[in-house]
Ligand binder design. Structure first.
Ligand code: ADP
Ligand code: MG
Ligand code: ZN
Length: 494
C-alpha cells in the first residue's frame, strides 16, 4: 500500500479535514485514547492511515476504521484488526495465511497488508460497510434470507476446499451489506485445519490447542464403554490406561455405526469397571477421569453437537451446523436462536428442537453418551419457525398452538443434558431457556417494503425447511456439505 495520511490529531473529531466531511466522525474519549495507544504501539500505521473510529471489539482483537489516501489521490477505507499482543505467533500467522490463501474471493474477506511492531500485529483489510444481523433480521424478506444463506454456503465451500475449518461461523463473522448485496466471511482467529489442509500453518496449530476451560457440569461427556481388554496396555497407570481406552473407544465408534450394546463390559483391571453409564449417578472412575481434550472454540449457541460433546474428530461439518443455526434464526426471525452460556445448556436446547432420542442416537455414532432427563420429541421445523414468526395460529386463535407454547415456556425447564460423570446435574432455569421464546426487539415497524415481505414469508417453500433439516443433521457423518447444499433445490436458478 502506498498512501499518505496522518494519525489522529488529538482532538475528539477525527477525519481528513473540513473540506471532506464524509468520514468525519465523532468518537468517544475512550475510543480516542485507544486510537492513540494503537498509533503509539504501531507508529507505521500513522504514516499510512488516518484512523477514524473503532468498529469492532472482541476478546482477541479490536478493529478500527482507517482511511488511506492512495497514490492517485483517492481516499480508501480499511479495516485495521489489531490482535491482542498475547496471541500466539503461529495463531496470528495462521489467521493471515487463511486470509491470503483463501480470501479476496467467493465471499471471503481478503487482506491488503499487515503491520507488525514487537508483539503488536495489525491486519489491514478492505473495509466493508455492514450492519449487524440482529438490527435487520426483523425486516429481511425470505428472498434475502435465501440469498444470504446461499452466499454463506459459498464462502464455506470455498474455505472447506482449502481444508480450513472456520470454527466460529456466526452472523458477526459474516458481514452483509444489504444495499450492495455484498457478503464477506471474516475472522479466522479460531480456524483449524482438516487432516489434509492446504494451509501449512494450520497444520502447526495442533500442538497449540488449549485444554478446554472447565465449565461447571460439563465434565466427561465421553462414553464409558471400555475397549476390548486385549488391547489395553497393562504397564500403564490406571488413569492413563483408562483415558487411552476411552479415546480408542470413541475412535472405533466414530468409524462404524455400532449397534452393539453400550452396556459397560468387564475390563481387565477390576478397579476400572465403570458402572454408571446410562444411570443418574457418577461413578468414581468417571469422577477421576481426565477431561478429554478436544477443540471447543466458538460460541455455544452455534456449536455443533460433536463440538458440544467434545468429540475429538471434528471436521468442516461443524461450520455447516453453524450455518444451519443461522438459517434457523433467519427463518424464525429470532436472534440469537440458541442462547446458551455453556455447552450442556446448548445441547439441551438442541434437543428441544431436534429431539432427545435423535441427539442421543447421533452422539452414539461418534462415541459419545448423552443422557437427557426428559424425553423431548423432535419438532417440525416449519411449524416451529412459522409459530415463532407469528405466522401460525392455533385452532383456538391464540396465535400459538398449545404444543408450541409448551415448547417455548416449559420445555426447557425439566430438560437437561448430562454426561455420565456430571457431579451435579445442571438444571435449566426459565431465564436460560430458548431465547427464541422472547421476540427479538429488532422487529422493524411495518412499511411499504415490509408489506411486500408479508407475502414473501407466506410462501416459504418446503425446500427451505428440507435444507434446514439437512444442515442441522445431528450426525456429522451424514450432514450435508457446503458444496452439496449449494446444489440444493432451494437455490435453483441462482
Ligand atoms: P474478533 O476476532 O475480535 O471477533 P473479527 O475479525 O470478527 O474479530 O472482527 C470484529 C468485527 O469487526 C466484525 O464483527 C466486524 O463487525 C468488524 N470487521 C472485521 N473486519 C471487517 C472488515 N474488513 N470490514 C468491516 N468491518 C470489519
Ligand atoms: Mg469475530
Ligand atoms: Zn462411569
Amino acid at each position: 500500500m502506498d498512501a499518505s495520511a496522518v494519525c489522529t490529531d488529538g482532538t475528539s473529531t477525527t477525519g481528513p479535514g473540513s473540506q471532506d466531511g464524509a468520514h468525519r466522525r465523532k468518537v468517544s474519549k475512550d475510543v480516542q485514547m485507544d486510537i492513540e495507544h494503537l498509533c503509539k504501539a504501531v507508529p507505521q500505521l500513522a504514516t499510512a492511515f488516518n484512523i477514524l473510529d473503532k468498529i469492532g471489539e472482541g476478546t482477541f482483537s479490536s478493529v478500527y476504521l482507517g482511511e488511506a489516501r492512495m497514490r492517485d489521490g483517492r481516499k480508501e477505507l480499511f479495516a485495521l484488526k489489531h490482535l491482542i499482543p498475547t496471541s500466539h505467533p503461529t495463531r496470528i500467522a495462521a489467521e493471515l495465511q487463511c486470509l491470503t490463501a483463501a480470501g479476496g474471493r467467493e465471499n471471503v474477506m481478503g487482506v491488503t497488508y499487515c503491520f507488525r511492531r514487537d508483539d503488536h500485529v495489525v491486519i489491514v483489510m478492505p473495509y466493508m460497510e455492514h450492519r449487524a444481523l440482529v438490527e435487520i433480521i426483523g425486516s429481511l424478506s425470505f428472498a434475502e434470507v435465501r440469498l444470504y444463506v446461499y452466499h454463506l454456503l459459498k464462502a464455506l465451500r470455498h474455505i472447506h476446499q482449502f481444508g480450513i475449518i472456520h470454527r466460529d461461523i456466526k452472523p458477526n463473522n459474516f458481514l452483509y451489506n444489504r444495499r450492495s448485496g455484498v457478503y464477506a466471511l471474516v475472522d479466522f482467529g479460531l480456524a483449524q485445519g482438516t487432516a489434509d489442509t492446504k494451509i501449512e500453518l494450520l497444520k502447526d496449530l495442533g500442538g497449540l490447542r488449549r485444554t478446554p476451560r472447565p465449565v461447571f457440569g460439563e465434565r466427561n461427556l465421553n462414553s464409558c464403554t471400555p475397549a476390548p481388554s486385549t488391547t489395553a496396555p497393562d504397564a500403564r497407570k490406571a488413569e492413563e490406561a483408562l483415558s487411552w481406552r476411552l479415546s480408542s473407544a470413541s475412535r472405533a465408534a466414530g468409524r462404524t455405526l455400532s449397534s452393539s450394546s453400550q452396556k459397560p463390559q468387564r475390563a481387565v483391571q477390576p478397579g476400572l469397571t465403570c458402572d454408571c453409564f446410562l444411570t443418574d449417578r457418577v461413578c468414581n472412575i468417571c469422577m477421576s477421569r481426565k477431561q478429554q481434550v478436544a477443540p471447543r472454540a466458538g460460541t455455544p449457541g452455534f456449536r455443533a453437537p460433536e463440538v458440544l460433546t467434545k468429540c475429538p474428530d471434528q471436521g468442516t461439518a461443524i461450520d455447516v451446523w453453524s450455518a444451519g443455526v443461522i438459517l434457523l434464526s433467519l427463518l424464525s426471525g429470532r436472534y440469537p436462536f440458541f442462547k446458551a452460556g455453556d455447552d450442556l445448556t446448548a445441547l439441551a436446547q438442541i434437543m428441544t428442537v431436534r429431539g432427545s432420542r435423535e441427539t442421543i442416537r447421533a452422539a452414539k455414532t461418534f462415541g459419545k453418551a448423552v443422557v437427557c432427563s426428559q424425553e423431548l420429541p423432535p419438532q417440525d421445523l416449519r411449524t416451529l419457525c412459522e409459530t415463532l414468526r407469528g405466522r401460525r395460529r392455533s385452532s383456538t386463535g391464540e396465535g400459538v398452538p398449545p404444543a408450541m407454547a409448551d415448547a417455548c415456556r416449559n420445555r426447557m425447564d425439566g430438560a437437561s443434558a448430562r454426561g455420565p460423570a456430571d457431579a451435579a446435574e445442571p438444571s435449566l432455569q426459565k431465564q436460560e431457556s430458548l431465547s427464541s421464546c422472547e421476540r427479538t426487539e429488532s422487529l422493524v415497524k411495518p412499511n411499504l417494503e415490509a408489506e411486500e415481505e408479508v407475502e414473501d414469508w407466506d410462501r416459504v417453500p418446503d425446500e427451505a425447511y428440507h435444507l434446514l433439516d439437512r444442515l442441522l443433521d445431528l450426525n456429522p457423518n451424514t450432514r450435508i456439505s457446503a458444496a452439496e447444499a449449494l446444489q440444493h433445490p432451494l437455490f435453483k436458478g441462482l
